[in-house]
Design a protein around this ligand. Sequence first.
Ligand SMILES: [Zn+2]
Length: 118
Amino acid sequence: MDKKLKKEYKKQLVEKKQEITKKLSEFFHESQTIVEIGITQDEGDKAESSYTKEFLLSLSDSERKKLQLIEEALQRIKESSYGKCQMCGKDIGMKRLNVVPWTSYCIHCQEKAEEESS
Ligand SMILES: [Zn+2]
């Protein structure tokens, strides 16, 4: 992959990483606050706030997974294997990298993996 292009993807990945890290720390604060409020509320309110907490936690779970993918992609940039499918070894299309720069698989392998897991 072109050096300049790689630098561009790296920039995107680092920015995304910072964005998620910031979001996660906000979520964490928010869910902490909800837990604290929950202690003094009656049963009805408590149920609602625990729902909100679960929602926040599940959201942060998917963000954490994305963060992991970004870390791996940054590692691959370092090792110069970035842009190659981790399953079949072929180049991942640029169109795809522009949309999901942290992806590990080409579109075909991704579809195959999703088919198998569903
Ligand atoms: Zn592939």
